[in-house]
Write a protein that binds this ligand. Structure first.
Ligand code: EPZ
Length: 421
């Protein structure tokens, strides 16, 4: 086990480079199961979630090689049963269902374990696969899927009570690529990572159109071939660094290799708080304002404010003037960061899916506990600003989704070190 010791007060300057997207890499790696040909995926971040995915592919029988950020997968022969011991560690492994069912006509995938950010059902995934003709049974902690008569495309409404589903859209898109006929996905997720997956599928010979809108059309084809693809920059990692610069006094930080069009809600919010944001090609520079204001954010499906950035922005509101409100309509329970920020001096009141932040509070360093990936990132940001030393325990939560976050922040001037516990 490791912890991060952060000494607050440093400014962030210079340049931080953004890695490839974790949430784009995971479904794209799963999509390599759709062909027996070799696939090359570039800029796959070296984080534990992608490493879990590579272990699952390997245990399913695929040949997997990783050389720095490039991954080569050849799924010539694959099993239909995913290994419980790895799958239970990573909910995103549910996106194996679509490709396995499309390729093999069956799949046994472990039900995802619980999650600290709230209930993570997969009812929409299963309903969609059933609509394509799959028979689905939940037994012994596994989802057992059989397709006795092949998959048949149709119009499917994927909307849930919390809006669209990202991995649900991914699963359905992947299953539909090898279905007979055409599938229309109504209420599809429009996140950039869904578009990236569609781009990769089309490079494999699929016929996906409309990705990035609420209505995606997939014309089934007989088979898919190998392809090469470079995943998009990680917009949440990039957004986390933009907020870090807005947190740390005197910062002037250039975040490089990002897609500003994937971060409009975050950039607009930072500007509303008074920070100077300059977008230039694949670089965005943040100059922190000396009198940051709070504001109101409400998360929602892309392009609305991303739930994955809500904890980080909450940390910024703590050290900004005025009252801010944070409403998470996607994961109403996603406030694990609040009690930890309160230990550092934050004044935040939780009311259901809303957090009300009384800003302008001085933060003081304290031992805190990482929990979900983004809540943990919020604690790192708060520690950058806090007076004195903060210890962030259970660092593995952060290493799930951020590639060398401490090394990147240290290179921009942050004072922190990892220690074995
Ligand atoms: C993806 O998770 C991301 N993970 C999450 O990022 C992100 O928070 C989430 O999308 C929302 O943007 C990956 O891409 C690997 P959803 P996903 O299905 O697809 C409900 C991170 O920090 N729902 O879009 O699992 C669900 O409960 C992670 O990187 C159903 O009700 O999320 C939620 O309220 C955390 N039934 C809402 O929909 C279903 O069958 C959106 O969830 C599926 C989802």
């Amino acid at each position: 086990m490791e912890k991060l010791i952060v000494t607050g007060g440093a400014s962030l300057t210079g340049t931080i480079n953004v890695s490839g997207s974790k949430n784009s890499s995971l479904p794209i790696l799963a999509a390599t199961l759709l062909t027996e040909d070799q696939c090359v995926i570039r800029r796959v971040p070296d984080v534990s979630d992608t490493n879990y995915m590579l272990q699952i592919l390997s245990q399913l029988g695929a040949e997997v090689e990783r050389a720095s950020g490039n991954v080569v997968v050849t799924a010539k022969e694959v099993s239909h049963e995913t290994p419980y011991d790895i799958v239970r560690k990573m909910r995103a492994s549910v996106c194996m269902m679509g490709p396995l069912v499309a390729r093999l006509g069956r799949a046994n995938v472990s039900l995802p374990g619980g999650c600290v950010i709230g209930d993570r059902p997969i009812d929409l995934h299963l309903r969609a696969l059933k609509e394509l003709g799959a028979e689905v049974e939940v037994k012994g902690g596994y989802v057992i899927i059989r397709v006795p008569h092949g998959l048949q495309g149709k119009e499917i409404n994927l909307r849930g009570k919390f809006g669209s589903t990202v991995l649900g859209t991914d699963n359905l898109m992947m299953a539909a690529t090898l279905s007979k006929g055409t599938t229309i996905i109504e209420g599809a997720a429009a996140e950039p990572e869904v578009v990236d997956l569609a781009d990769f599928l089309n490079k494999m010979g699929a016929k996906v159109s409309g990705a990035g809108t609420r209505r995606v059309e997939v014309e089934g084809v007989g088979e898919l071939h190998g392809a090469e693809h470079t995943v998009i920059p990680d917009r949440i990692e990039a957004g986390t660094f933009l907020v870090a610069a807005a947190m740390a006094a005197g910062s002037n930080l250039r975040v490089h290799r990002l897609r500003a069009d994937h971060l409009t809600a975050v950039i607009d919010t930072l500007r509303a708080c008074g920070h100077e944001i300059e977008v230039s090609g694949e670089s965005t520079t943040v100059r922190r304002t000396e009198s940051p204001r709070g504001t109101r954010i409400r998360t929602g499906p892309f392009p609305e404010f991303p739930t994955d950035m809500q904890a980080q922005m909450t940390a910024l509101f703590v050290v900004s003037d005025g009252i801010s409100t944070v409403v998470d309509t996607v994961f109403p329970e996603r406030f694990m960061h609040v009690p930890e920020l309160q230990r550092m001096g934050a004044v935040i009141e939780r009311q259901g899916n809303t957090a009300i932040v009384e800003g302008g509070q001085p933060l003081t360093g304290a031992p805190v506990m990482a929990s979900d990936l983004r809540a943990s990132a919020a604690l790192v940001l708060a520690a950058l600003r806090a007076e004195g030393e903060t210890q962030i325990n259970r660092l593995y939560h952060i290493d799930r989704g951020y590639e060398h976050i401490d090394e990147k922040l240290i290179s921009a001037g942050a004072v922190m070190r990892r220690e074995r516990v």
